[in-house]
Write a protein that binds this ligand. Structure first.
Ligand code: NAD
Length: 472
């Protein structure tokens, strides 16, 4: 049994003194595998004070020093990659295949893009007799979820380091291994004391950080519900927030779409990480007359994703991360059926050998209409809903009918037409014809998916303030 018992402040690991211990459960067995000793309010205070001192030093650091630290962090995490990938599999059910090929590479790329972003920022600009400077905003609190823990930690901490800010990280209590590996890398990378700090805990620790008077900015990734709460708490102290929240991404297949390629891509993007990605494509908006053909293709694609133990190198689809998530996903599938959706495949049935784990089969629901919960609410499970349309305007209306606006996809053999449709989607990003998502572009949402942007120079700029100097 592993014990996550040390928080990190003033450049040292120290024993957490909170009264509450939290369980870390392996989702493929349902068994407890680790314990998180949470921070007391005194520990949290220490971490914030440490960040304040760290900011005084780091805000004066050179771009070259920040770049050196970011590359050093990348190298330290690379050296710990095997352990990191195994922890992801054990703590949140991410198959080692996905950890190696997506979770870790995304985090490493995030560190490189932050380092490269340093050279793309106009740190100072002259406008007439004015000098406009971009200055670090101060102490940033980074609160992250469990679903892509490395990437999410890096997206915030790398941007803060690059901006010259100090940061207090509060990672998810569900899968703490990523944060532990990350902080060991911070400790080994020779980053000045106080620049990066870590506290363990749940909502109470998060609230203390958000409302702390010495904290200047909040960067949060997580659910819309908690994001709303954080925004309200931050309002008391007039603190700016970045909110990367939930999504309900739609893939629109136009009438001339390549069905084989598009269905393979949408299936993959609805199943990867068991559908637990904010950009998961959970709605497939399809021409009505092609639905039968699409279902046949989905069956063929989904058969390539059998459930398995996430620590097995060949597994593509593991369990969902928690028992709560398991119950929620199965509940939403059942509710959708009660509302008239047709269960084409998936749902509750799981192999007997995996009976103890939080497994959900690849699931396809057909006859889903706009007013159903399954079409409106984030599911965070390996579930795809087919929503038929008759006209292109109707397809776009369906895509824009949720309160979220994070990501989307368009498929058409006519690339210009696809672009025109993409521009009508109310969302932060749209992937056209299965293109690779470019991590150097800004990432973020609108509506209930939040606001603010991450990645590369856009993430750094989020943590900078303008200062205008007027000289006579
Ligand atoms: P969550 O909102 O339950 O928790 C996220 C973090 O917030 C955790 O560290 C948690 O301890 C902390 N927290 C909870 N209550 C808090 C409070 N009152 N004050 C301060 N902190 C608090 O989310 P989760 O279940 O960990 O993650 C899944 C959610 O994250 C999904 O909704 C998903 O869409 C979203 N997400 C969004 C993005 C994005 O970039 N838009 C990326 C990944 C995940």
């Amino acid at each position: 049994m592993y014990l996550y018992s040390k928080f990190y402040s003033d450049g040292e690991f120290k024993s957490a003194t909170g009264a509450i211990h939290l369980d870390v459960v392996n989702p493929s067995t349902g068994q407890k595998i680790a314990d998180v000793a949470t921070c007391s309010s005194i520990d949290v205070e220490q971490a914030v004070q440490s960040a304040r001192r760290g900011f005084e030093v780091w805000s004066k650091s050179s771009v070259a020093e920040r770049r050196r630290v970011l590359y050093e962090l990348r190298d330290q995490i690379t050296a710990a990659a095997d352990r990191a990938v195994l922890l992801l599999a054990q703590e949140m059910g991410c198959p080692v295949w996905l950890g190696k090929n997506m979770q870790l590479p995304m985090a490493l790329k995030g560190l490189e893009l932050a380092a490269e972003g340093l050279d793309q920022i106009k740190w100072q600009e002259k406008i007439g007799n004015g000098i406009v400077e971009k200055v670090p905003c101060g102490v940033v609190v980074a609160i992250t979820p469990w679903n892509f823990p490395f990437h999410q930690i890096v997206a915030k901490v790398a941007a803060a380091i690059a901006a010259g800010c100090a940061v207090v990280l509060k990672p998810s209590e569900v899968a703490p291994g990523a944060a532990q590996v990350f902080m060991e890398a911070v400790n080994a990378a020779g980053i000045p004391a106080g620049v990066v700090n870590l506290v363990w805990g749940g909502p109470a620790v998060g609230e203390q950080l958000v409302t702390h008077p010495l904290v200047d900015r909040i960067s949060f990734t997580g659910s819309t519900q908690v994001g709303r709460r954080i925004m309200a708490s931050a309002a008391e102290g007039i603190k700016p927030v970045t909110l990367e929240l939930g999504g309900k991404s739609a893939a629109i297949l136009l009438d001339d779409a390549d069905i084989e390629k598009s269905v393979a891509s949408v299936t993959r993007l609805s199943l990867a990480n068991s559908g637990q990605a904010c950009v998961s494509q959970s709605r497939l908006i399809a021409p009505r007359h092609r639905v039968t053909d699409i279902i046949d293709h989905w069956r063929a694609c989904a058969s390539q994703w059998p459930l398995g133990n996430p620590t097995d190198e060949t597994t593509r689809l593991g369990p969902v991360a928690t028992s709560m998530q398991h119950a929620r996903v199965l509940g939403m599938i059942e509710f959708a059926q009660n509302r008239g959706a047709a269960l084409v495949a998936g749902g509750i049935d799981r192999p007997v050998s995996l009976n103890q784990g939080f497994y959900v089969q690849p699931t396809l629901l057909a006859n889903v209409s706009q007013d159903m919960e399954i079409a409106q609410e984030e599911i965070f499970g390996p579930v795809l809903a087919i929503m038929p349309y008759d006209t292109e305007d109707q397809a776009i209306d369906i895509a824009n009918s949720t309160r979220y606006g994070l990501s989307g996809a368009v498929w058409s053999r006519d690339a210009e037409h696809a672009l025109a449709v993409a521009r009508r989607m109310k969302t932060g990003q749209v992937v056209i014809n299965g293109a690779t998502q470019n991590l150097a572009t800004p990432f973020g949402g609108c509506g209930w998916s939040g606001f603010g942007r991450e990645n590369g120079r856009f993430g750094i700029e989020e943590m900078l303030n303008y200062r205008s100097l007027h000289s006579a």
